[in-house]
Design a protein around this ligand. Structure first.
Ligand SMILES: CC(C)(COP(=O)(O)OP(=O)(O)OC[C@H]1O[C@@H](n2cnc3c(N)ncnc32)[C@H](O)[C@@H]1OP(=O)(O)O)[C@@H](O)C(=O)NCCC(=O)NCCS
Length: 176
């Protein structure tokens, strides 16, 4: 069944949706995103995740049927705003349906418009989905071993990677 998935920048009112998303994530998905087992989502963490300045810190959410099913975010240091650290997560039932690709395309478009030229991401060495996703979306990426994780570095072209508006949508098929 094809279902419409919309991506848009996060807003503080998404807090409730983040609390609802958390129990739908498997321990493996949480571990791959946070690089540690996280059993509880502290209120302060949720507040920080949904409160961004849409400049140095941005997050894009994927929404389907009124629920957040995925999030991609970047943080860039004020002392070097041409670089940004990114992270992405899609809830298990929606993985493999193109949501991660859509989120990263939206995020990289926003970042490129704001002057980001290099993305970095920390991923586990066996995380084939995200390594394939980054390589396909950002073909100039390099991968460097760093302790027990990989650091992926991706140059961003000055122009947006694709011409996505601030809110975008796709049709995806999920096993729900
Ligand atoms: C990584 C992640 C965000 C990808 O999101 P997604 O919605 O599943 O990805 P997509 O459906 O857009 O697929 C992207 C690519 O990965 C591939 N892929 C998806 N699931 C895969 C799997 N289980 N095994 C291998 N490849 C897979 C797709 O075929 C696609 O490849 P393509 O570009 O060649 O077509 C998602 O799997 C996730 O949330 N993982 C846990 C958190 C995480 O690893 N975050 C990254 C570190 S911050």
């Amino acid at each position: 069944m094809d279902i419409a998935v919309t991506t848009r920048p996060v807003r503080p009112a998404d807090r409730t949706l983040f609390y609802r998303l958390w129990p739908r994530l498997s321990p493996e998905t949480i571990y791959r995103r946070f690089h540690a087992p996280v059993h509880r989502l502290p209120d302060e963490t949720v507040r920080r995740l949904v409160t961004v300045d849409h400049d140095l810190r941005e997050a894009v959410v994927a929404v389907v049927g009124g629920e957040v099913v995925g999030v991609a975010r970047y943080d860039r240091p004020s002392e070097d705003p041409s670089t940004a650290e990114i992270a992405v997560l899609v809830e298990d039932a929606w993985q493999g349906a193109g949501v991660g690709r859509q989120l990263l395309a939206s995020l990289t478009d926003l970042a490129a418009r704001r002057g980001v030229r290099t993305f970095t991401a920390t991923v586990q060495p066996d995380n084939r989905p995200v390594l394939g996703l980054v390589r396909r979306l950002l073909p100039g990426s390099t991968v460097t071993p760093d302790a027990d994780v990989l650091t992926v570095t991706s140059p961003l072209p000055p122009e947006p990677v694709s011409a996505s508006p601030r809110a975008d949508s796709l049709l995806a098929t999920a096993t729900i």
